[in-house]
Design a protein around this ligand. Sequence first.
Ligand code: ADP
Ligand code: MG
Length: 292
Amino acid sequence: GTPTALMVGSGMGAEKGILIRNGEAIQTFKEVKAIAFDKTGTITKGKPEVTDLVMVDGVEEKEFLYYAGTIENGSEHPLAHAIVEKAKNEKIKLGEVIDFNAIVGMGVVGNIDGEKILVGNRKLMKENKVSYEAYEEELIRLEEEAKTAMMLAKGNQLLGIVAVADPIKEDSAQAIAALESMGIKTAMITGDNKRTAAAIGRKVGISHVIAEVLPDGKVEEVVRLQEKYGTVAMVGDGINDAPALKQANVGIAIGTGTDIAIEAADVTLVRGELSGIISAIKLSRAIFKKIK
Ligand code: ADP
Ligand code: MG
């Protein structure tokens, strides 16, 4: 009967590194028509590193990294960690920031040594009347290399660009190809810019890329996929993925991610490997074929 099948399913899942918190998920997996993935920490390793520094003429990298490292020291964002690490590796002594503010989907603002410092994307620069048009081509080049490019401004003066790359997990492309070959649609939902997201999407072969989504917008995107495809799974690791994991018919958390995401999900991929999802779907299809 079903209860026995669920127990067997849970046992087999555990072997493959899939932790099932909600037994119903084993039944739902076989119905899944589309899977939405968060980008950072889900498709990628979530360990970004600084790859490029592009200075405006006359700006010293040391000054740039002092401001960038000091302000990002106040942020929890993986992009911020990458910048702080870079400043530390270059032996920059960081300063103090006052009036620090993290602006969702845009970047960070604060006051360092009496100067207003901003680090973030185009939206942040536009809002603060910083002109960066002369660097648009540079930004595009970096983004097409799948990097996230951020700009730093002092007052309304651009000082330069810092680009960060987050390596893709070893099994992401393979897992996505396997899902597509099983007839399941794949989508990526991210707050990152469209060009970077598209470049990563191409690298892993994901069919649908939804970029520049604010954290609150992930739920809406899952609803939209449900309207289009029916049963939808969502995979994510972050605090701001939790509502979307709840909204999905199956919420799948990355075991190395935040506790909030794990608690919101039905299933956890213990080692964070996306291939666990394929095992879960195959398991679900196999078990319920036997029951019928
Ligand atoms: P994601 O889900 O991809 O991490 P977020 O919504 O957290 O997206 O961030 C979207 C964008 O906002 C980033 O790609 C970056 O351009 C900018 N941003 C967010 N936080 C920071 C930060 N601490 N420093 C600089 N830029 C940031
Ligand atoms: Mg994430």
